[in-house]
Design a protein around this ligand. Structure first.
Ligand code: CDP
Length: 214
């Protein structure tokens, strides 16, 4: 049996992982999973039931029952989903409950591109291709702010920056599966790159890794 062609794309908030991962998946003709949506869906399901995203028991139960359909909720992008996701993501039982979902997704079609925080370190430590995508906090805040504006969501840049800094800190310092660059991940710093340049750099790195693993 050939190993699944898993491409792990990790990195901090608003680094451009999603755009990059989606494009890589289309180019390689394999499925794409935005794993942030799993945590967002768990967080928003709790909030919509009037529950606290820090309630470990309730959050783990929602995570264990999560279906792919829940990822299509229309309230998963926005500041409350950002924070609720980051809160449930720090609960070990939630992360454990979502491991199987991510592994089954990639196994179903012999490979996938997954983006998140711990894909290369925990979900697929043996992935043949791993990227760690980052950019300076100022640039990431500006990109997220522009994204919100494009969607007609009013926000001020300083608040967006503060929210990104808080989430980075929460994600990087939590005891379970903290945001971390895997030792064998290729670093793509997109601070000074256009989306096209970032994609070309990522594609070259992924191609080289997949060829080596074949
Ligand atoms: O798009 P953005 O980078 O802002 O966030 P996201 O990738 O959708 O992730 C939202 C939150 O979910 C993050 O702040 C993490 O706390 C959590 N997350 C995680 O812990 N592990 C993952 N594999 C993906 C997301």
């Amino acid at each position: 049996m050939t190993a699944p062609r898993v491409v792990a794309v990790d990195g901090p908030a608003a680094a451009g992982k999603g755009t990059l991962a989606r494009r890589l998946a289309a180019h390689l003709a394999i499925p794409y999973l935005d794993t942030g949506l799993l945590y967002r869906a768990v967080g928003m399901t709790l909030l919509s039931r009037g529950l606290d995203p820090r309630d470990a028991g309730a959050a783990a139960a929602v995570a264990a029952a999560l279906t792919i359909e829940a990822l299509a909720r229309d309230d998963l992008r926005g500041p409350s989903a950002d924070m609720a996701a980051s809160r449930v993501a720090a609960i070990p039982a939630v992360r454990d409950a979502l491991v199987g979902f991510q592994r089954r997704f990639a196994a179903a079609e012999g490979g996938a591109v997954l983006d998140g925080r711990d894909i290369g370190t925990r979900i697929f430590p043996d992935a043949p291709a791993k990227l760690f995508v980052t950019a300076s906090p100022a640039v990431r805040a500006e990109r997220r702010w522009k994204e919100l504006q494009a969607r007609g969501v009013h926000a001020d840049l300083a608040t967006v920056r503060h929210e990104i800094d808080t989430r980075d800190r929460q994600d990087a310092t939590r005891p379970v599966a903290p945001l971390l660059q895997a030792a064998d991940a290729v670093l793509i710093d997109t601070t000074w790159l256009t989306p096209d340049q970032a994609f070309q750099a990522a594609l070259a790195a992924v191609r080289a890794r997949l060829a080596k693993a074949a």
